[in-house]
Design a protein around this ligand. Sequence first.
Ligand code: IDC
Length: 524
Amino acid sequence: MKKIKLTAILLIFIFTIATGCISASGKTFTDVKPDAWYHATVGEMTEKGILSGYSDGSFRPNAPITSAEFTAILCRIKSVQPKSSQTGHWAGGYMQSALDMGWYDYDEIPPTGEKYDMPIQRQLAVKILMKALADSFSYDYNIESAKIKDFSALSGRYYDTVLPAYSAGIVGGDEKGNFDPAGSLTRAEACTVIKKALDKYGIAVTDTEAVTPAETEKPVSYETSRSGGISANGDLHVEGTRLCNEKGEAVVLKGMSSHGIQWFPQFITNDCIKAVGDRGANVMRFAMYTEENGYIANNSVKDTLINAVDNTVKNDMYAIIDWHILSDGDPMKHGDEAEAFFREMAERYKDTKGVIYEICNEPNGNITWSSNVKPYAERIISAIRSIDDNALILVGNPQWCQDLDSVVADRLNYDNIMYTCHFYAGTHTQWLRDRVSNAVNNGIPIFVSEWGTSDASGNGGVFAEETQRWLDFMRANGISWCNWSLCDKNETSAALLPGANASDGLSDSELSQSGKIVFGHMQK
Ligand code: IDC
């Protein structure tokens, strides 16, 4: 009985793979189903090489297209040559050419490059599309404007391109008749409007080089600037025991650690990260558990992590990628997986400022620094550094990051390394602060990448007095920190009360007792 059931499930699964994902052209994308409205168009556009899918086999039809992607596609269709550009951005040359040809104006996408990777507004996309491809701009104002239910939202500077596009049937509204001029354009919608314009103006695309997501996946650039953020400090490095910015000035990072991202992805959305930044944090740490249904059993948490890191950088905050070993405390256990993972992350973020690697959360159990953690660290650090030679890397140590004495006795032979100390105020007191002082006095740079106001279980307390001693100590020593944890779990270390909703910011009434203390110290 069991066998039959399993076979049936397997058959359904194989059937879905075989039929569910093939686009009209024969290109396969895991997320473009035959019954999707954009199925044929995406197939045709990718077959023609106008744009392509992602290396993981997806097309991400509902993801917004950026200014750089959309403009570069049209440049390539028109065989426009890229001009020289100072931005260092992959599409900088195309953006300059398009600007010079008047496809868009200086203020719409400033040539500094900082907005190239932001989603393009629909009204601007249609303007660029029409300037690039249209041979006629005729329209009747009364007829076309009446078609657009939210016409009042359309900026006047786009009338002479959006209204002709309506007239030519290249764009239409949504089911309610709205155009949503300031909204973003999805990749599937971009395919559709480009195809309609090509058909309408009889443009044959023969030899286009596709805009590949490999070009567009990196680097991420920030959209907001915060004091203490990446735009102010740039890439960080270590001088002596201090963390320093690009100018060599000492900096301190303060912020939140996520809880396990396999359990609480709702608190690492863009809105939530922004809310944390708006409360004064300049760093976010993402705890990607290896065990407990984390990365080893469920690789897809990596996508959640990447999304969160990208959003953190866009919010002008530093991002720590935490390989969160815990219930299995020997970092060597998943050394192969760790190395492959960190190589991938380093490739992805080598040109992005502000990404920090924490290679083993908390080694623990029957292991030692010199025989387990140090060799693991040497392996992972050299892998990351072979790709990004100045990446800032945080390294854990045995006894849940309290065995600093072993580090003092046998430190790693690399620059730009910080060693982590983790404390929970109800469990770890003056004796651990003494170890930190001893380490610092011996030239060991310390980063408190995780600490809690509770006891070591994540619950109990809040231990406000001991927390205050630790905060004063870290402040006096210029030690950077991340607090455990940004979630609404019913445990005292959680910064948010059960049911908190971060999509509209974080109000005082949503902060737990711990959250109030922690956020109260972000800017001090
Ligand atoms: C705790 C969480 C708790 C979860 C447990 C096991 O707060 O909800 O059930 O992990 O996954 C650490 C770890 C961190 C712990 C935290 C509190 O890095 O994962 O989170 N802690 O126990 N080290 C010391 C304490």
